[in-house]
Design a binder for this molecule. Sequence first.
Ligand code: PMP
Length: 290
Amino acid sequence: MQILPFDNREGTIWVDGKFIDWKNANMHILNHGLHYGSCVFEGIRLYEGKIFKLEEHIKRLFDSAKILDLNIPFNFKEIIQVTKDITQKQNILNGYIRPVVWRGSEIMAISAKKASTKIAIAAWEWPSYFSPEKLLEGIKLSKSKWRRPSPESAPTNSKAAGLYMICSLSKHEAEKEGFDDALMLDYRGYIAEATGANIFFVKNSEIYTPIPDCFLNGITRQVVIEIAKQNNIKVHESYLEMDFLEGCDEVFLTGTAVEITPVSCIDNLNFKGREITKFLISEFKKNILK
Ligand code: PMP
């Protein structure tokens, strides 16, 4: 399927306080965000015209910006409102919203505290990340050679664009070998997450998931933990090593893009169970339309 390039679509994007024609939403090549990684973003889903966890995502956007020393020149309420406005202008029922914040062009050097902070919000129609067939059979992960850095080496609790460099490298490598995504360990060798999603395991009908102390505590992750607990499924947040994978019945990913996606294998270990995953998917669906 031919996907239209993102810089060549029809519609409107909100940029620095103005609604701009999609194709004219440009910036100068010399900007700090692009050259020095001073950029944070969000990914938000829209289901049947309702934005899922809007406030939580916008709060994380402000938190991420603050961690990177970026000062968004609008307040929380204004950003909530324009996020709603842009999805209405775009006339989207089921889709994805991408707010992005970056440092501008006034200074092209490492130190750029006085440069402006820019913000844009785009929204587009977008169904499931993986095809329905893929979703049913589960996706295949391979272990990445890249590790999530320690909070002392990178601002790991920020959704910072720079942190995705090793995610793209990991995912490209996985895809080259015929897998769908990569499992990333952390700097200590514990299981961390996939390249753009959190990971969960089911063993003896109980759920296990890594402690998010050097990667995002995903908003979907938190919703899924809550659903599990409400339904008396025990959830353990623990440090997990690779040998924990043996004997797991089910594995799944959670995230705004992937929603809840079953994992069929990690390298040569297969996971055939779907019972708890399917239950959580159906409860999650009820939750998003509430
Ligand atoms: N980890 C990474 C690296 C991600 O990019 C995402 C997606 N934002 C997640 C976890 C899941 O977070 P959320 O459920 O808030 O989308």
